[in-house]
Design a protein around this ligand. Structure first.
Ligand SMILES: Cc1cc2nc3c(=O)[nH]c(=O)nc-3n(C[C@H](O)[C@H](O)[C@H](O)COP(=O)(O)OP(=O)(O)OC[C@H]3O[C@@H](n4cnc5c(N)ncnc54)[C@H](O)[C@@H]3O)c2cc1C
Length: 372
């Protein structure tokens, strides 16, 4: 029996795509290698304000799964810090294991067959679609399987080539002096190419850092980082309960991201902000857009015509300005510079732009704000 759509990966991108395609009438199956979608997480799970609408498009997010954080405290390496605020803006710290299980439940509710504990190990082309190793078939294959996509390799699509590596500790039973802020740490030595972070999440303090990932290079040391910054944020009590770690693709969209009857979304497609390394919003958005587009394609003549090529590639961000900003950050990142800049008004305005992305980095309004 052939499914309309097989999606590999039951995380943000995969679930958003599955729900949208199923609601458009498609017969959708999702393959997820983890037995429990809430286990072995590799994300901090901070959801930016703009992404809430994407979650709500799946189903209204239960309050118990998230906690708003309304401001940022940016710490320079030498110890100075500034508070950054943007009225009306917020981040959501999430109970990420519960959120992932909730998302999969919503997909099942929409009629999607989600097979957990089933790793995808490649597919071969068949007339008008794909054949999977278990003997089943599908008219369309979707790679929502993260930064090292097996679908991309199997279908000969583009692969991510530049990464950050992030490591985070969940600290249970701890508290912070300023629990309503996301603490971010500029630290060129410990977090080369990125930053460190700590915040009070849902019932747990989360602390970690990420840095440029190169084969044979060192990896961030989250334990040493937490010990070093604990006094600066008044971290008291608690014990490490779990760890999250993983690769973050920062090279921009892969090419090609789609071919005949196969499309990549989310991290697999390289749809992560090269500057902030946030990918949940774009994963949800790219998933929903593809799901809707597949619903439209399914009603067209090419869907059932084995001789007709069918490429479905909805618009996705190119991140041009953010790729440029990343290149600049990689070159200028210096602890000395951060210590000098932290008290400067223009630097604070630039930081607000990056953290609260109220407007595109390239917009004239954003730059007016900066030079005011
Ligand atoms: C340490 C860390 C912290 C982060 N923090 C944030 C943050 O706070 N906010 C933010 O916006 N972004 C964050 N990101 C980035 C964000 O997590 C990703 O951009 C987002 O999870 C991408 O979603 P996705 O659905 O595309 O892929 P993923 O979340 O990577 O999901 C891929 C899914 O595919 C499954 N899979 C993979 N291979 C196979 C296979 N062969 N067969 C079957 N299933 C398979 C995986 O098990 C997984 O469930 C972070 C990343 C890391 C590494």
């Amino acid at each position: 029996m052939a499914n309309d759509v097989v999606i590999v990966g039951a995380s943000f991108a995969g679930v958003a795509c599955a729900v949208a395609a199923a609601r458009a009438g498609a017969d959708v199956r999702v393959l997820e290698r983890r037995r429990d979608p809430g286990e072995r997480l590799h994300t901090t799970g901070i959801v930016v304000k703009e992404a809430l609408a994407e979650i709500d498009a799946i189903a209204p997010l239960p309050e118990s799964l998230a906690r708003p954080i309304r401001g940022v405290r940016l710490h320079a390496p030498g110890g100075a810090s500034i508070a950054l605020d943007s009225p009306g803006y917020f981040f959501l710290a999430t109970d990420t294991p519960a959120l992932m299980r909730w998302l999969v439940d919503r997909a099942r509710e929409a009629g999607v067959a989600v097979d957990c504990g089933v790793p995808f190990d490649g597919a071969s082309r068949a007339a008008g679609g794909w054949r999977l190793p278990d003997g089943t078939g599908t008219r369309f294959l979707v790679g929502a399987d993260g930064p090292k996509s097996r679908v991309a390799r199997s279908a000969g699509l583009g692969l991510n080539a530049r990464f950050l590596f992030g490591e985070e500790i969940e600290i249970a039973g701890a508290s912070l002096a300023e629990p309503d802020r996301l603490h971010c740490f500029l630290d060129a030595r410990r977090a080369r190419g990125y930053i460190g972070w700590m915040f009070a999440g849902v019932g747990v303090v989360q602390a970690g850092l990420a840095g440029t990932h190169a084969r044979g290079g060192g990896t961030p040391d989250a334990d040493e980082f937490v010990a070093a910054v604990a006094p600066r944020v008044g971290l008291s009590g608690g014990h490490a309960r779990a760890r999250r770690a993983g690769l973050i693709p920062i090279g921009g969209p892969v090419a090609p991201g789609a071919a005949d009857r196969v499309t990549l979304i989310g991290d697999a497609a390289g749809l992560v902000s090269p500057l902030t390394a946030g990918g949940i919003h774009t994963a949800l958005e790219s998933g929903r857009r593809l799901g809707v587009a597949l619903g439209v394609a399914r009603a067209g003549p090419a869907w059932r015509d084995a001789t007709a090529p069918l490429v479905v590639a909805p618009p996705a961000p190119r991140f041009r300005a953010k790729r440029l900003a990343r290149a600049i950050y990689d070159r200028v990142q210096s602890d000395r510079l951060f210590d000098l800049a932290i008290g400067n008004r223009a630097f604070a305005a630039l930081a607000r732009l990056v953290f609260f992305h109220r407007r595109g980095l390239a917009s004239p309004a954003a730059w007016r704000d900066l030079i005011r």
